[in-house]
Design a protein around this ligand. Structure first.
Ligand code: ATP
Length: 235
């Protein structure tokens, strides 16, 4: 990472009602880094993203963004600081057009990308401007969901399984998109089940197990740690 982290998560705990799901997550993400959260189903990866975004009932610990503590802030205030979350379901409105879907979120932070610039980054969306949200392919919906977040001015992007359910050729396009965003200076935390994909985009990988980070593997060391990783992921 080098230097001060853009995102620092320390001792993060979270609950769904009575159910205690996160037990002290620790993450440090430098500006411009791409890191993944790897782990089995139910390990707490999605809950970690939701807790950073503040969209969970109860959380405890510390999450600082650009040095500012966000625990205790409502999710809208967290978004205004420059954090954007693309949930696994993507949240595309089926009856709205591509353009309407893009324009829907309020521009929460000054400096959000204008729609024209989003179309420069995602030219295929421009071609589908008047298409209905659900007429898009899964890959196009994922691009739209990411484009919409860029409009809010977020510079930290939390992406939950962007490749879920997509064909290999589309997964490659999502990979190219993530590398392009990294090149533009965005910081990304990515939940992935597919560590072969994760390897093509990330600088480092955090392994989550039962609500805790149990390991951190630099991308260059992933192959050397493949047996360990298989054991973590149960594959
Ligand atoms: P997956 O890939 O299956 O989403 P994950 O690592 O993202 O796995 P989480 O979705 O964060 O895991 O779930 C962590 C734990 O919290 C699991 O035991 C899950 O059953 C539980 N959980 C998730 N969402 C809820 C909810 N809305 N209410 C209650 N428990 C939940």
């Amino acid at each position: 990472a080098g230097g001060k982290p853009l995102l620092a998560v320390r001792g993060l705990e979270a609950w769904y009602g009575e159910s205690h799901v996160l037990h002290g997550i620790e993450l440090h993400v430098g500006e411009g880094e791409v890191v993944t959260l790897l782990g089995r189903n139910g390990a707490g990866k999605t809950t970690t993203l939701k807790s950073i975004m503040g969209v969970i009932g109860k959380r405890k610990g510390s999450v600082t963004f650009a040095g500012q503590e966000t625990i205790g802030l409502p999710s809208r205030a967290i978004a205004r600081l420059g954090i954007g979350y693309v949930p696994e379901e993507r949240g595309i409105y089926s009856t709205l057009s591509v353009e309407e879907n893009l324009l829907l979120p309020p521009q929460v932070k000054p400096g959000g990308l204008p729609v024209e610039q989003i179309f420069t980054l995602f030219p295929n969306l421009k071609e589908r401007l008047r298409s209905q949200g659900t007429k898009l392919s899964g890959g196009e919906q994922q691009m739209l969901a990411i484009g919409r977040i860029l409009r809010t001015g977020a510079n930290l992007l939390l992406l939950d399984e962007p490749t879920e359910g997509l064909a290999p050729v589309i997964i490659d396009q999502i990979g190219a998109t993530i590398r392009m965003l990294k090149q533009k200076g965005f910081t990304i935390v990515l939940v992935e089940q597919n560590f072969r994909f994760a390897q093509t985009v990330a600088d480092r990988h955090y392994v989550v197990e039962q609500g805790k980070v149990v390991d951190m593997i630099p991308n260059a060391e992933l192959d050397a740690n493949i047996d360990k990783l298989h054991a973590y992921l149960g594959v």
